[in-house]
Design a protein around this ligand. Structure first.
Ligand code: ADP
Ligand code: MG
Length: 232
């Protein structure tokens, strides 16, 4: 568990201001989903929090430590995760644990079994479908030892059934270890099923335009059908 604070973050690419003074606080062990139109800057915000590049201004702290521009402080599954083509699926997911003295191979195998990749442990990424690669990358980010996680549309390539299984699995992991999670999705039902709170990013330059607290206990995802009006 870790408290994540984003203070007045701004980022522009050439003439385009993508993020302008974005501030938010994610409490210890909170699960927050981030929604917003394509191109609004969700992935850019994650790149900044994950330390892939530095903001033009503003700062990011994790439990009070300034992590602005620092990599490796937060487990991060990017929107288009890449697996090393020359390594097997198992070796790819074990990379998340590189810093540990003894990579937990048994745990990695157990998790690959859980996401339906038991037959593909020794396969190479080129032999996997897009959805399988996404599940392998998901396992890799779950094996990463950090107490806070960024997941950028982690289930976008999955069919409805697999996606639901992954959502339930993620929730059970979260309920057990209570990592602090920031989750991007385009699926409002998914956000409601998983989150304590939903933040909506507006058009560029993006700021948080709306915040929705999920006051009710988590419903079963198959019971929810919401209209677009929910977003307005
Ligand atoms: P989202 O994830 O919400 O769909 P992105 O953060 O990927 O949005 O993109 C926000 C805007 O920033 C887009 O207009 C995109 O073209 C631009 N952008 C993102 N990364 C770069 C980059 N490295 N260089 C230039 N423009 C970028
Ligand atoms: Mg994105």
């Amino acid at each position: 568990m870790s408290k994540l604070e984003i203070n007045q973050l701004s980022k522009r690419f050439d003439d385009t201001a993508v993020l302008e003074n974005v501030s938010l606080v994610i409490k210890d062990g909170e699960f927050v989903s981030l929604l917003g139109p394509s191109g609004s800057g969700k992935s850019t915000l994650f790149h900044l929090i994950g330390g892939l590049f530095a903001p033009d201004s503003g700062s990011i702290t994790l439990d009070g430590e300034d992590i602005t521009g620092k990599r490796g402080k937060i487990s991060y599954m990017p929107q288009s995760p890449s697996l090393f083509p020359w390594r097997s699926v198992l070796d790819n997911v074990l990379l998340a644990q590189e810093l540990k003295e003894k990579p937990n191979r048994d745990k990695a195998i157990e998790m690959l079994n859980k996401v339906g990749l038991s037959e593909y442990k020794e396969s190479y990424p080129r032999e996997l479908s897009g959805g399988m690669k996404q599940r392998a990358a998901f396992v890799r980010s779950l094996l990463s030892p950090q107490k806070a996680m960024l997941l950028d549309e982690p289930f976008s390539a999955l069919d409805e059934f697999t996606r639901m299984e992954m959502q339930k699995w993620l929730l059970s992991i979260w309920e057990e270890a209570k990592p602090t999670v920031l989750f991007v999705t385009h699926d409002i039902e998914e956000a409601i099923f998983l989150s304590d709170r939903i933040l909506i990013l507006g058009d560029r330059p993006a700021t948080i335009v709306k915040e929705i607290s999920i006051q009710f206990s988590r419903p079963r995802v198959e019971d929810i059908r919401l209209s677009e009006e929910f977003l307005h």
